[in-house]
Design a protein around this ligand. Structure first.
Ligand SMILES: *Cc1c(COP(=O)(O)O)cnc(C)c1O
Length: 394
């Protein structure tokens, strides 16, 4: 079983004696009984070969943790109640007052907001670096830097960074350091399928399981995967102290989604490339952003380091097209629904004001729409875009 799609279906879950079924059981608990006082005193919650309290895990959540670690080629996994809480868990596990965190300028917006609005109040500094320029990262790493976030590709604008180069910059800065800088990747887009984050050198991989692993647009969850045991320990301690837990029914939904995940990823990848290439040829388009399109920022790094691409593409319209026209176009779409998130069965779209969310100059002046391709037939999606396109007045 070398292919991850097969591994995700054949997992080592052991069903109860005499009940050999495919689905893992849904185990729920706050209290877990101990057989005697000795066991209660000695059963260590961090030792995941046993159970201590529902918040520290049940057979269902342990099974999902094992699956996600396998998916990402890591060794340890911790689950959090949303992708965003997994992201902030990484911040809190590694940052202390006086530290600095570096984020790519195109990072997931709420993760930036956490640094700007929360971490700053706790005496933790932040700065944004240009993800396409490793020298810019090198220039910003200082003695107090403790954590460097990477996102591949960036949110909304989908620039694909040279991850080995960024990791190389951090490794160089770490020579002789007592508290090494940790690299953390928001791996939601790659989902463990497009590339192996650990082979590319990152220390911590965080994912919104809300997206691909669930695939149903009906559950919120996040994960933090590590290979290094002491990094895992830091994450696990912060996780316990923050009281983060996930419900067994939600864990079951994600486990159910995993079996079809590789197929869904591949199908959405194919459809997205077709629609992104098609969109490039339509009137009023300044450019289409998608890592697999030649000319899209970071395309060369994507081609070298990744073997697949997720369901997202963004269209930047020519700046003579007013936002009201773009809004009318979006309102006219029927298959593509307006809403946040992605990787579910229904295609989604949303307008973004990129200039307002970037600290650097964004080279385009026209409006941007991000599309998330679902599982509908690609001909229907194209027909939908075509019927709405005249609203742009392009
Ligand atoms: C959706 C998303 C998150 C947050 O996940 P939620 O489960 O919605 O909190 C984080 N990072 C990226 C890149 C995402 O797309």
């Amino acid at each position: 079983m070398t292919d991850i799609s097969t591994q995700l279906i054949h997992h080592p879950y052991r069903p109860p004696e005499g009940f050999e079924a495919m689905a893992p059981g849904v185990h729920k608990a706050s209290t877990v009984f101990f057989p005697n006082v000795q066991a209660l005193r000695t059963q260590e919650w961090m030792d995941k070969s046993g159970y201590t309290y529902g918040l520290h895990g049940t057979p269902t959540t342990f099974t999902l943790e094992e699956r996600i670690a396998t998916l990402e080629g890591g060794r340890f996994c911790v689950l959090a109640p949303s992708g965003l809480s997994a992201l902030t868990l990484v911040d809190m596990a590694f940052l202390r007052a006086g530290d600095q965190v570096l984020l790519p300028d195109n990072a997931y917006g709420p993760g930036k907001a956490f640094a700007v609005k929360e971490l700053a109040q706790w005496g933790i500094a932040h700065a944004f670096y240009d993800p396409l320029n490793p020298a810019d990262l090198a220039a910003r790493i200082g003695p107090s830097t403790r954590l460097v976030w990477i996102e591949a590709p960036g949110s909304i604008t989908l620039e694909f960074p040279d991850m080995p180069a960024l990791v190389g910059v951090v490794r160089q800065a770490n020579a002789g350091r007592e508290r090494p800088v940790v690299t953390a990747l928001d791996n939601t887009w790659g989902a463990g399928l497009a590339f192996n984050a650990f082979d590319l050198g990152v220390d911590v991989s965080m994912q919104a399981l809300t997206k691909y692993p669930s695939g149903g647009a009906d559950v919120l969850m996040g994960s933090v995967v590590t290979r290094d045991e002491s990094l895992h320990r830091d994450v696990l301690l912060a996780h316990m102290r923050l009281g983060l837990g996930v419900g067994a029914n939600d864990a079951e939904l994600v486990l159910r989604g995993l079996g079809s995940m590789a197929l869904r990823y591949a199908a959405q990848d194919t459809a997205t490339r077709e629609l992104a290439a098609w969109a490039q040829t339509q009137p009023g388009v300044e450019c289409v952003l998608h890592p697999a399109l030649p000319g899209s920022p970071g395309h060369d790094a994507w081609r070298r380091d990744a073997r697949a691409a997720a369901c997202l593409f963004s269209v930047v319209f020519q700046d003579h097209i007013p936002q009201a026209r773009i809004d009318a176009f979006l309102d006219a779409l029927q298959c593509f629904r307006l809403g946040w998130s992605w990787a579910g069965p229904i295609s989604l779209c949303a307008p973004y004001d990129v200039a307002a969310i970037r600290t650097r100059t964004w080279p385009h002046r026209g409006g941007l729409v991000r599309f998330a391709v679902g599982l509908e037939a690609v001909a229907d999606l194209k027909a939908d875009l075509l019927q709405a396109w005249p609203n742009l007045g392009a």
